[in-house]
Design a protein around this ligand. Sequence first.
Ligand code: PMV
Length: 325
Amino acid sequence: MSSSTARALANLALVKYFGKRDVTLNLPAAGSLSLTLEPLSTTTAVTFDTSLEWDCIQLDGEDAPTGFAERVIRFLDLVRTTVDTQCFARVTTQNSFPTAAGLASSAAGFAALAVAATTALGQQLTPRQLSVLARQGSGSACRSISGGISVWQAGKRADGEDSFATAIAGPDWWDLRVVIGITDAGPKSIGSTAAMEQTRRTSPFYGQWIETVNRDLVAAGEAVKSKRFEQLGAIAEHNALAMHAAALAARPAIVLWNGATVEALKRIQQLRADGIPAYFTCDAGPQPKALCLPADEDDVALTLADVPGVQSTIRCRIGGAPTLV
Ligand code: PMV
């Protein structure tokens, strides 16, 4: 028997990954840039045990739903192939935040699983190898491996070996805050892969969206390096709205927001008009997220909490790479 437990953090893309050049390997059509979010964590324990007759997957204290368990088993198969073992595993995974509600639970989940499973099998992978591996579980998970402020390069190779994330800044480079409004803690209406594929196939704006990402990625990287907050925030807000615009124009339309999400966007824009630099972003779910500076975090959290339909808020700062527990 061999065990290992790892803790990994979720991440929030300011320049989004939304479109694949290869669905099986999770290869993106363009790069992306994210902040790693402390304290949104997943802790995963993996035990390879020769007495098991199949993989046993638990999520938040219960047997995992079929779809989730199948993704985990596919990922374990990938890890098993690289070390040439057929040993089954017991996987217990615990999220510190709502699962599958557009809070990047799959990013933290597959980053923690990649670290715990390979460590349990005695493999010592480099951060780049871990990022390539985690990417195959869930694209955005490759950015949770590098931590801090990360850039995932799209890469060009068909085998995806050049498609991994690296940190362009550590967790202490810049004290930025993210406030998340929870408007619906239930599962997402559409999975991110389905949403991306439908947008790629049918949205007339998909091509422009990818061009926008390529431009935003360069500008956002420069804003991080020179710590220009208003530049970074403006890029992030525009990038999120462009992603949603492309999805809205798909057939059938992909509407990922609810009324509270839209109201939150307006309140954050009003906050800015009142002199507080805060910027809206949102992923493939209805939770509004606000990027701000530490001095404004209380005002931003109060503003989001005051939006009808926002049930609670979560405050995050930038965290690091996964750790073994
Ligand atoms: O890693 P996935 O397949 O769940 O994709 C995540 C996609 C977005 O959250 C919408 C954007 C991003 O870059 O994280």
